[in-house]
Design a protein around this ligand. Structure first.
Ligand code: FAD
Length: 318
């Protein structure tokens, strides 16, 4: 783990820092490196170019921990339009239109109302149902992001419930959580689609591994479970060691490229993304857009000291 990560994630909670950083126009190169833009109109050309390069996409309309019902409703409205726009982009770009949708939306249940008090989980579940219904009509997939550990149980419950009707609905599992391997076993026996990531939030040692070696070992254990039992494992990592392990496990379990996919974040390891695609692997890029980019950007800065240095230089050069 980046030794500065806890400090950066803790500082990210300061409203003064947030005010200072969000004054940076989103067009600033440093924000644009990780975020497609503030509006859907900015996202569409980015998604189109990625599809044209042979990659698939998963698009996140940024927003989290919504405390206002109107904001949750607005997020649903935006996602409904996003699903339509992505379906149009998919049709417009030539290429293999297989059973595996090339376009997907990623969403956070806290943006759909999960944190709206006692009724929050039910509101988020209802909104998730609405979006999955629309996604089926437009041949678009949905993955539910994993947020901080206080939301994990509610999120997994909502996904289990929705999967009865939408078995292709995916969820992200964070291998820094001590419960990750149990969750992987539990969900993989259903033959589900699971996105495996290391985890990006600041979590207490009571629930999460803190050492990089432990998080990586947990990733490898979960990967082993998913490669054996899940219908469609999604390896969301930029780490060469995790990618190599996935390729070995895929071959040991007689999977062909296309039985699983790699996933990376927009703006990170673009060369490696292209290399995997050129070797015939399925690769999906997670693209965020929207005005609420602060939390997302801070998690990316916390992952890598070089990103923070780049960001601070960009701020002082303005
Ligand atoms: P690391 O060990 O952190 O990094 C390995 C290498 O990747 C680094 O050496 C570096 O070369 C490169 N790299 C990693 N991060 C960066 C960066 N920020 N900038 C530049 N280079 C970098 N987390 C959640 O908590 N919930 C989610 O729902 C979630 N969804 C995700 C979806 C996708 C598609 C991906 C790729 C990640 C997602 N994450 C999510 C984030 C994830 O948990 C990690 O925080 C992040 O991917 C870094 O972990 P890593 O596996 O790439 O390995």
């Amino acid at each position: 783990m980046n030794p500065l990560r806890p400090a950066i994630l803790a500082a990210a909670g300061s409203s003064k820092l947030k005010d200072a950083i969000t004054r940076v126009p989103v067009t600033a190169a440093v924000v644009r490196r990780f975020v497609a833009g503030e509006a859907r109109a900015d996202l569409v050309p980015v998604a189109t170019a990625l599809l044209e390069s042979g990659r698939s996409v998963s698009v996140d309309f940024l927003g989290e921990y919504t405390t206002d019902r109107a904001q949750a409703d607005a997020a649903v409205t935006e996602y409904l339009s996003l699903i339509d726009d992505l379906a149009e982009v998919d049709h417009a770009v030539p290429g293999a239109h297989s059973e595996i949708p090339r376009v997907e939306v990623s969403l956070k249940l806290s943006a759909l109302g999960q944190s709206l008090g006692q009724d929050g989980p039910a509101i988020a579940a209802e909104n998730l149902h609405k979006l999955c219904t629309k996604a089926v009509e437009r041949h678009v997939w949905v993955t539910v992001d994993a947020e901080d550990h206080t939301t994990t149980e509610d999120t997994l419950d909502a996904v289990r419930l929705a999967r009865a009707e939408f078995p292709w609905l995916a969820v992200a599992l964070q291998t820094y959580l001590r419960q990750a391997e149990d969750n992987a076993r539990d969900l993989a026996t259903d033959g589900t689609r699971i996105r495996l990531c290391k985890g990006a939030y600041q979590e207490p040692a009571t629930v999460a591994y803190r050492r990089r070696a432990e998080v990586d070992a947990s990733y490898l254990r979960c990967l082993d479970v998913l490669m054996r039992d899940a219908w469609y494992p999604m390896i969301a990592s930029h780490d060469p060691a995790m990618i190599a392990a996935a390729l070995t496990l895929a071959s040991e379990n007689n999977h062909s490229p296309g039985d699983y996919e790699f996933q990376m974040l927009y703006g990170i390891r673009d060369d490696e993304q292209r290399r995997l695609v050129s070797e015939g692997h399925a690769l999906r890029v997670y693209i965020p857009y929207g005005t609420q980019w602060y939390g997302y950007l801070m998690r990316r800065l916390a992952e890598r000291p070089a990103n923070l240095a780049f960001f601070l230089r960009a701020l002082t050069d303005r």
